[in-house]
Design a protein around this ligand. Sequence first.
Ligand code: URA
Length: 234
Amino acid sequence: MERLDKLIASQGKYSRKDVKQLVARRRVTVDGGVAKSADVKVDETKAIIAIDGIPLTIKKNLYLLLNKPKGYVSSTEGHDGAYVLELVPEELYRDGLFPAGRLDKDTTGMMIITDDGQMAHRILAPKKHVKKKYLVTLDVPPTEEMVAKFKEGISLSEGLTKPAEMEILEENTAYVTLVEGRYHQIKRMFASCGATVVGLHRVSMGNLALPDDLPVGEMRELTEEELKLLEELV
Ligand code: URA
């Protein structure tokens, strides 16, 4: 059982104060009856709560898919400048949201933002080896020699990387798929081959690909199907 105001506020759109006002104005119903007070206890698994007659879908957790733009950090504190959490639209914002995984400030592409700590832990756990695929743009054309080196693993200061797949594309671009996520990993792997990464964009995590119709900087909730694909990772 959960307090009505707390439950509605946990969904993001309304604060507890808003809920008190809505209740006072008789705009909230629980199981068809007008809610008499904001602190009434309701069964969050069963109660049908409506505001102005429109039923609320109570979601335990929120899973957002972001096409990260350049210039935003994926940490949640300790940096000057813009955080990816600032991109969460007001109507989706709720306490406890955080980015599941890191991308560098200048990297673009797929990020999951959620308040489900357990799921995030599962997809990020190093031993899960979830595949993360990136579109990389270099200052030089990628070579077969690089492909071979990535496959063997590259020796970085903290040790050998796991084998990474690399697929050469046109001009100076390639896809690289990692099963781990070390600090600046792709940039450092290419640096050790004498190349500089000038563009980095994450295109997929496991079976879940960044949809073509989600512009850079935009975010939306994962569909049921996408959530399933994400769950297949873990
Ligand atoms: N590798 C990097 O160097 N940066 C990223 O943001 C992701 C992978």
